[in-house]
Design a binder for this molecule. Structure first.
Ligand SMILES: [Fe+2]
Ligand SMILES: [Fe+2]
Length: 278
């Protein structure tokens, strides 16, 4: 893994690296937030939860390996990771329903980022090939399971009025979005400082990267706001065609998984995943 694996660009690389640092912990959080609901839903929904858990576990394992690659490329991100662990601990102190609500918000954020990555390959077009595949694979599975947590939440809140459901999810989404974007920006600045950027130069570089005409953040604004619609559902935007498009970009998924399993075994990554889960 090259130090600047996205097009040799430190700014674009910092964007994706900052996401990856958060993934193993966020994904284990989301898995744990869904587990208690398996006892309260239909068989078919339970199957979907189990598939969701399996997919997120695989993502978590892959990003533990990816993050190790970042360290090997010379980055250090311990304080960023410490903050994430602290935040996850704080979120885990909430009730099962609150944790589920926060998961549906996080899942919307990951789904819209995934949709954008799959819709416009320019974001990762000149990334290192194996890492490109990893992100496309992850994005594809995020689209596949984007409604699972939301459907469980609909079931868990079936006795609520429409107004209460709307107000509650919008409130949580605002808080989660604020924390997600501000924490990722701090992480990006922290990583760019290791490439010689000053704090303010890193801030403006990230703003330019995200908000330019075809910038990822600018493109996310509309799908992000869709969550506030009264009749929102993850499948209100039917982007299933992106799953096939994503799969066509990597033809050797099994091989990726095989080599990842071997790498995980060799480097004891499953133990690391277990530690995160614990
Ligand atoms: Fe994931
Ligand atoms: Fe997900």
């Amino acid at each position: 893994m090259g130090r600047h694996w996205v097009s040799g660009d430190p700014v674009a690389t910092a964007f994706f690296n900052s996401l990856s640092i958060s993934f193993p912990h966020a994904e284990i959080y989301m898995i744990d937030s869904l587990k208690p609901w398996r006892a309260h839903v239909s068989d078919s929904m339970r199957k979907e939860i189990n598939l969701f858990i399996q997919q997120e576990l695989n993502h978590s394992r892959e990003h533990v390996a990816f993050n190790r690659g970042m360290i090997e490329a010379g980055f250090e991100f311990q304080p960023v990771e410490k903050d994430i662990i602290k935040l996850v601990k704080e979120l885990n102190m909430r009730s099962d329903l609150e944790r589920l609500q926060m998961t549906i918000c996080m899942e919307h954020l990951t789904a819209i980022i995934s949709s954008e990555l799959l819709s416009d390959d320019r974001h990762l077009a000149r990334a290192e090939s194996e890492l490109h595949k990893l992100w496309i694979w992850h994005a594809t599975e995020e689209i596949e399971h984007k409604a699972v947590a939301y459907n469980v939440w609909l079931e868990a809140t079936k006795d609520w009025s429409d107004l209460r459901r709307w107000a509650s999810r919008c409130l949580y989404f605002t808080i989660i979005s604020y924390r997600f974007f501000s924490n990722r920006l701090s992480a990006q600045i922290y990583l760019l400082q290791q490439d010689g950027y000053s704090k303010s130069a890193a801030f403006f570089a990230m703003m330019r990267y995200g908000l330019r005409k075809d910038g990822l953040l600018r493109r996310l604004a509309k799908p992000w706001a869709a969550f506030y619609k009264v009749n929102f559902h993850p499948w209100s935007v039917d982007d299933r065609h992106l799953i096939a498009a994503g799969e066509s970009q990597f033809t050797m998924v099994e091989n990726i998984n095989d080599s990842a399993n071997k790498y995980a075994k060799k480097n004891d990554l499953s133990k690391q995943s277990d530690n995160i889960a614990a």
